[in-house]
Design a binder for this molecule. Sequence first.
Ligand code: ADE
Length: 237
Amino acid sequence: MIGIIGAMDIEISLLTAAMSDCEEFTCCSQKFLWGRIGGCEVVVSKCGIGKVNAAMCASIMILKFGADIIINTGVAGALDRSLKQLDLVISSAFVQHDIDLSPIGIEPGLIPENGSVSIASDAELSALALSLAPSPDGAKAITGVIATGDQFIADSGRAADIAARFGAAACDMEGGAIAQVCAMSGIKLIALRCISDNADGSAGLSFDEFAPQAADKCSNMVLRLLDAIAKKDGQAI
Ligand code: ADE
């Protein structure tokens, strides 16, 4: 069972349109569409924006639907300055840039429960996703660290600081929270994030212009990944 999480409607609409044998469930005010996409059994949900929504959704997918893989899909702000709008970032690892217990002597970014700053993405899924890139439209695809926080980053200084502190390629508002749930539950996770903006002063306008197209690009990549996973069925993934 593969759980697919997007934060906004535009991040899951192509996926729900591709589903068959659907049943809808509501749990803790979040909606879950359970069914199939091609050869994969999936549960798809729009979790809403931010870490709490994302963590709750991942937990429900694992506990109620038996998800053993989670794919997080959606748009992101670029922190790696070589990235442009509509480029794809495949997660290598996740950090939470807004967790900071430094006043009590704990390294900024360290998640006490996990004992680490960074949580790895599933290496096999990341390699599989990268093997499916570049996308047919030729946009760049890289693997990189996703930095998550409950803030829309729209300041070049802040973006540069997060990039430097965590070696992060892109920022979002959900991935790191889903990663923590998956790590604590022994569930495989990959995030596919398409760049909608540069996390700088122009981020708001750029987001408005590019988010729908970026979200669709990511969804198409998710569909290709599901196809590849289905073809590998019976093997290790
Ligand atoms: N998702 C898309 N753009 C973002 C940004 N600039 N900050 C946080 N999350 C984002």
